[in-house]
Design a protein around this ligand. Structure first.
Ligand code: TYD
Length: 220
């Protein structure tokens, strides 16, 4: 989904890589759409993408991981997440940024730390090693962390007909993932902004826009 730049494209504004993170039902998709529309309306070319996936090989791995029937070994699962991520960066994200296209990505490496490590108990040292190999220091310019207690996320997911993941993984798992995203945001305040996702979509969008304006000079 790429929007062409208009005549009003702000000059010399380097394309930026923005990631959205948070638990289930936190509103990442809604926010991603609204931010992409707003950036495009201000004349910037924008690509919306999401993980796992976002490139042909990465989409194939997504199917294996999310819709396959293998109970993955935790390290193998994290390796697959990072394999998909490397494809995504190499084939989609970097080429877009180099072409001057802003990239908004729903989930990135923080999700592997939150879900595989905090959620499923994988050693964070494994995450660090895989991230070093797969990303070689490549990182988002800004990460918007949508902070929503798991009970509220579950209620929202239920209205969208997605209760299975909640039931399968359980309340304690989602509580660990929620705590993980808060810790990640606190540990890297320059990259991450923690946004209160319990507010309405308009308020979350306003807070996200203000963050991108202040940190990246985005014309929002
Ligand atoms: P998706 O249907 O895209 O859900 P959401 O809208 O919540 O992002 O499924 C992504 C699922 O994969 C979600 O449950 C989180 C999980 N996931 C991981 O466990 N590790 C990861 O590194 C990523 C990117 C996602």
């Amino acid at each position: 989904m790429t929007a062409a730049p208009s005549a009003a494209t702000p000059a010399l504004l380097a394309a930026r890589f923005i990631t959205l993170e948070g638990g289930e039902g936190a509103g990442k998709t809604t926010l991603s759409k609204r931010l992409a529309e707003a950036l495009a309306a201000s004349g910037l070319p924008v690509l919306r993408t999401r993980e796992p996936g976002g490139a042909p090989g990465a989409e194939a791995l997504r199917n294996l991981m999310l819709h396959g029937h293998v109970a993955w070994d935790p390290v193998a699962e994290a390796m697959l997440m990072f394999a998909a991520r490397r494809e995504h960066v190499a084939k989609t994200i970097r080429p877009a940024l180099e072409a001057g296209i802003w990239v908004i990505c729903d989930r990135f490496a923080d999700s592997t730390l939150a879900y595989q490590c905090y959620g499923h108990g994988l050693d964070a040292a494994v995450w660090r090693k895989l991230a070093d190999v797969a990303l070689e220091g490549f990182a988002p310019d800004v990460t918007l962390v949508l902070d929503l207690p798991p009970e509220a996320g579950m209620a929202r997911a239920l209205t969208r007909g997605l209760p299975d993941r909640f039931e399968r993984l359980g309340k304690a798992f989602h509580a660990r993932v929620h705590a993980a995203f808060r810790e990640i945001a606190a540990a890297e305040p320059k990259r991450c902004a923690l946004l209160d996702a319990a507010q309405g979509a308009d308020q979350v969008f306003a807070a996200a826009s203000a963050t991108l304006r202040e940190r990246l000079g985005a014309p929002l």
